[in-house]
Write a new protein. Structure first.
Length: 472
C-alpha cells in the first residue's frame, strides 16, 4: 500500500507500507506551480512549462515529494518488485544476523558450522533456553533457491520468526493448532505450490491425520519444551520410510506474516506454514516444491498408499461408472479421496504469475467455476439407483467464490424439484445454497472436467451411501 501524507504546511509525503515492492510515483504539475521538490525527487520542466516529477519510495520509507504552491496535477504510481541489489541492501542485515546466530552456536558447542548436528543444537538451545536454529535447512537464500539445482526462481525475501508479525502480547497464543482445523484455514502464497496447498486443504478434512504428523516422536511433554524455543517436529513418509523432521520457526516472511502458505484467518496458527516448510526441507528447497502433482503429497504426508484412477477417466467420459462404483466403496470405507482438474501445460514461477500454455482451457474452466491444476476433496458420494443419478460433493478450499455452476450446483432448481435427493444429500443439515465452500456435481460433469483422482486408505467407516428416489 502507498499512502499520501499532507503535512500542516502543505508539503506532500508518500509512505510505502509494503515489504516487497518499491513504489514508483510520477506527477505532472501545472505550469503555474511553485514547487520545492524533495531531495530524492527528479524534476524537470517540460516543453509546455509543466513540471514532471518522479520519486521512488522504498519499503517502509516515507519520502518527501514536493512543497510549495501546487496549481493542478496528474499522477500515476506502480509497484515494482525489489531488485536483488536493493533487497540485499535492505534485508542483508537480517540474513547476516541469522548467520551470526549459527556461528555463535558452533562456537559454543565447539565444532565447525558444517559439523553441527540437529541433536547437538537442539540440546544446547534447550539447556541455555535460547531459540533453536535449524542448521540443516538454514534460514537463508539457499533454502529458498539452489542455483545449481532448482528451475524455479522465487522472489528472495528475508526469514523471520513469528515475533516479527505477531504483537508481543499475543506471542503466548502462538500454537500449531488453535481450536478447530478447517480446510478454509489454508491459504497459498506467492510461490505457486497450489498443488501442495490443495493436498493440505484436503488433509484438513481428517484433522486426526494432521495431529499425527506433528506428534512429537518422544512425548507431548518434550514437545511442549521444544516448542517454547521455536523447535517443531513433523513426521512424513519419504520413499516409503517414515522420516521425523525437525524444524525451527523461521519462515520466509514479511511484517505481514509468512510469504508462502499460511493460515488465512489467524497467523497465530502455525501448522500450515510449518507443514509446507517440512515439505520444502525434505525436498531441498522451497523452489523445488513450486509445482507438482496434487496427489503426490498425500502419500508423503499420510504414508497411506494411493490408488489412482488416472487411466480410467476416458472410460468415465464415455458413460461407464466403474470408477464411480469404486469411489462409492472407498467413501463407505472412510477413505480420503481427491479429484484433480487438468494442468494447462504452463509453468508456475514464484516471481511471476502462472504462465498459461492454454488460455482457452483456463477460460473454459473459469466459466464453469473451477480452477485448473487444483485438487478438490471428496466429501460425499451418493448413488440414487431408481434415478440412475450419481452425485459427488466436493470442497473448494480457496474461498474465492469459484464453484461449479453446472448441473446440481448451488442455484440449480433440481434441489427443490427432487426433495428425496436433497434430504439425502443434506441429511446432517444445511442446504444447497449454504456458503460453506462445498458444492455438488453430477457424475457426467465431474468425469468431463477432472483429469485425475486418487483414494488414500484411511481408517473409519461411514454409513450407507446408496439411496432411491423418484425417476427423473
Amino acid at each position: 500500500m502507498l499512502f499520501k501524507v499532507v503535512a500542516a504546511d502543505g508539503t506532500w509525503y508518500y509512505y510505502n507500507d509494503s515489504d516487497k515492492y518499491e513504489m514508483h510515483v510520477k506527477f505532472t504539475f501545472g505550469a503555474k506551480s511553485d514547487l520545492e521538490p524533495g531531495e530524492d525527487v527528479e524534476m524537470f520542466v517540460q516543453n509546455n512549462n509543466e513540471f514532471a516529477a518522479s520519486l521512488v519510495v522504498f519499503p517502509g520509507a516515507t519520502s518527501r515529494l514536493v512543497g510549495g504552491k501546487i496549481n493542478g496535477f496528474k499522477c500515476s504510481a506502480k509497484a515494482v518488485p525489489l531488485s536483488d541489489e536493493k533487497r540485499e541492501e535492505m534485508y542483508g542485515e537480517v540474513n547476516d544476523t541469522i548467520a551470526d546466530q549459527i556461528a555463535e552456536l558452533a562456537d559454543a558447542i565447539g565444532c565447525a558450522e558444517e559439523d553441527l548436528t540437529e541433536e547437538q543444537v537442539l540440546l544446547h538451545c534447550e539447556q541455555n533456553e535460547i531459540k533453536y536454529v535449524d542448521c540443516d535447512f538454514r534460514p537463508c537464500d539457499y533454502s529458498l533457491y539452489r542455483p545449481d539445482l532448482d528451475t524455479y526462481l522465487p522472489r528472495f525475501i528475508p526469514w523471520y520468526r513469528p515475533s516479527t508479525w505477531i504483537p508481543a502480547e499475543a506471542l503466548k497464543e502462538v500454537r500449531l493448532f488453535r481450536r478447530d482445523i478447517l480446510p478454509s484455514q489454508v491459504t497459498h502464497g506467492s510461490i505457486g505450490d497450489t498443488y501442495l496447498v490443495s493436498a493440505m486443504a484436503c488433509l484438513a478434512e481428517h484433522e486426526d491425520r494432521l495431529h499425527d504428523i506433528f506428534r512429537h516422536p518422544v512425548s507431548a511433554a518434550n514437545g511442549k519444551v521444544e516448542r517454547a524455543i521455536g523447535a517443531y517436529w513433523a513426521t512424513v513418509n519419504l520413499n516409503g520410510w517414515w522420516l521425523p523432521v525437525l524444524l525451527d520457526d523461521y519462515l520466509p516472511a514479511t511484517r505481514d506474516g509468512p510469504e508462502f502458505s499460511r493460515c488465512s484467518v489467524d497467523v497465530r496458527r502455525m501448522w500450515v506454514a510449518l507443514l509446507e516448510k517440512t515439505y520444502a526441507k525434505v525436498h531441498g528447497s522451497y523452489a523445488n516444491i513450486a509445482s507438482g502433482d496434487p496427489l503426490e503429497p498425500l502419500t508423503e504426508l499420510t504414508g497411506f498408499p494411493i490408488t489412482r484412477y488416472d487411466g480410467f477417466w476416458e472410460e468415465s467420459k464415455r458413460g461407464e461408472d466403474t470408477i464411480f462404483q469404486e469411489m462409492l466403496q472407498y467413501f463407505d470405507s472412510g477413505y480420503l479421496q481427491v479429484l484433480c482438474t487438468p494442468s494447462d501445460g504452463g509453468e508456475t514461477f514464484g516471481n511471476a504469475n502462472v504462465v498459461s500454455a492454454n488460455p482457452e482451457l483456463e477460460s473454459k474452466y473459469e466459466k464453469m467455476g473451477l480452477r485448473l491444476h487444483h485438487g478438490y476433496a471428496v466429501l460425499q458420494v451418493q448413488y440414487f439407483q431408481d434415478m440412475e443419478l450419481r452425485l459427488v460433493q466436493l470442497r473448494n478450499p480457496w474461498g474465492s467464490g469459484e464453484e461449479w455452476n453446472g448441473a446440481w450446483s448451488k442455484t440449480d432448481t433440481r434441489w427443490d424439484k427432487y426433495q428425496q435427493v436433497r434430504s439425502r444429500c443434506f441429511r446432517d443439515g444445511g442446504s444447497p445454497t449454504d456458503t460453506d465452500r462445498t458444492f455438488w456435481m453430477d457424475w457426467k460433469g465431474l468425469a468431463s472436467t477432472s483429469s485425475a483422482a486418487a483414494a488414500a486408505a484411511t481408517s473409519g467407516r461411514r454409513g450407507s451411501t446408496t439411496a432411491s428416489a423418484a425417476p427423473l
